[in-house]
Design a protein around this ligand. Structure first.
Ligand SMILES: [Zn+2]
Ligand SMILES: [Zn+2]
Length: 398
């Protein structure tokens, strides 16, 4: 999901390092009488409630049923939407396994699955049904069969029914998901970069290519430089935008912004509109991308955009955060305001394209990865995310 990542909110409770859980890889599913396989016990990052301390716990996942696969996770990003699950921004059910941006390898297949064991995949948190009115129109990102924010599946080690973030729960040693929630990718990609294809990169690149359709020579402002905002910057650069203004409240994002492709970095303060106009012949930018998910930054993005320009809202905000715009301003400015859900993309078609670009070196996601950490340190990554530090922290598992 997309990231409200600009203003570092004070974390309600500092997630502490979880006590060392027993190490170990996902257990192989032993054959059970009757030909099926058994549930597996794996370690996973679990939130027991809103604001509760995050802990790595052992959880039980069912054996893959018809049309399902078990994927051994190799890397999983910590996305702002995971934080939104635990800080009350999104309605979630607990206990909840966090994580929805990951790559791994198919480890076991249920009946009727075409993919074979050993296939490297990226997880897809919004698999399209391909049958509803939107899917048939080619608007898979608006599929009527939407994944709920939390989906019941499996149980905790002490027998409590478990929920999975966006049906995945990817901050874990393994997931058991429908085959349509995985997308095959080439072998050999750096896992900490491939993981990001499933959320931050697909969202950021799609916002530029599919939603806004930035063309060579255009000017762009990107408000909010978390993982998605940085992905938007680099995609704008690759789309041929010539003025690429990166905007954040944190001066610490300056170097990251330039590394991702910005031509200028601006602090989000009272002078912002003036500074943007000074760089766009007094007009404002052709495209502003809001990658925070707040009314205040949506209004800021609106003001940075030229008459007739387009504001693309990529950040996912809260339902009671109201955006106020003047009726005369809406008419006179002739701006377009629209959102980009999952990059207005068809992940099954576009993730393989991005994966191929990554394999060829045409897409370099190194700047998006602030660091890799073991699963036990994932709570610390949430803490850093809440403070707005870095781009993406990625949990890696061997
Ligand atoms: Zn996400
Ligand atoms: Zn559909």
């Amino acid at each position: 999901m997309t990231d409200p990542e600009l203003s570092p909110a004070a974390p309600a409770g500092r997630p502490e390092l979880s006590p060392a859980a027993p190490a170990g890889r996902p257990e192989l599913s032993p054959a059970v009488p009757g030909g099926g396989t058994a549930p597996v016990t794996v370690r996973a990052l679990v939130a027991r409630g809103s604001g509760a301390e995050l802990r790595v716990e052992r959880v039980r996942l069912p054996a893959p049923g018809p049309g399902e696969v078990r994927v051994t996770i190799r890397a999983a990003g910590v996305c702002h939407s995971d934080l939104s699950m635990v800080n009350g921004t999104l309605a979630a059910r607990f206990p909840l396994v966090l994580g929805h941006e990951a790559t791994g390898v198919v480890a076991e297949t249920g009946p009727g699955v075409e993919l074979s064991v050993g296939t490297p995949v990226v997880l897809n948190w919004a698999p399209a049904c391909r049958a509803c009115w939107w899917c048939r129109r080619g608007e898979q990102w608006l599929c009527a069969d939407t994944t709920a924010p939390t989906v019941p599946r499996g149980e905790t080690d002490d027998g409590v029914p478990l929920h999975l973030t966006l049906g995945l729960g990817a901050l874990a040693e393994a997931v058991v998901v429908p085959e349509r929630a995985v997308i095959p990718i080439p072998a050999g990609l750096p896992p900490e970069q491939a993981a990001l294809l499933g959320c931050a990169v697909l969202t950021g690149v799609g916002a530029v290519r599919n939603t806004a359709r930035v063309t060579p020579g255009e000017s762009v402002a990107v408000v909010g430089l978390g993982g998605v905002g940085l992905a938007v910057l680099s995609a704008a650069r690759r789309a041929g935008a010539t003025t690429i203004l990166a905007v954040d409240v944190a001066e610490a994002k300056r170097d990251l912004a330039f590394a991702a492709g910005a031509t200028d970095f601006l602090l989000s303060d009272d002078r912002l509109s003036k500074e943007v106009r000074a760089r766009t012949e007094s007009r404002g930018v052709d495209h502003a991308f809001e990658c925070v998910g707040r009314a205040a930054t949506i209004r800021a993005a609106w003001r940075l955009t030229r008459r007739g320009g387009a504001v693309t809202v990529v950040g996912m905000g809260a339902k009671d955060d109201m955006v106020s715009l003047g009726a005369l301003d809406i008419f006179h400015s002739a701006r377009t305001l629209r959102s980009s859900v999952y990059g207005s993309s068809d992940p099954d078609r576009e993730v393989p394209v991005l994966a191929a670009e990554l394999a060829e070196g045409a897409l370099d996601l190194g700047v998006l990865v602030s660091g890799t950490i073991p699963l036990d340190e994932a709570p610390v990554a949430f803490d850093r995310l809440a403070r707005g530090e870095g781009a993406r922290w990625v949990v890696t598992l061997d």
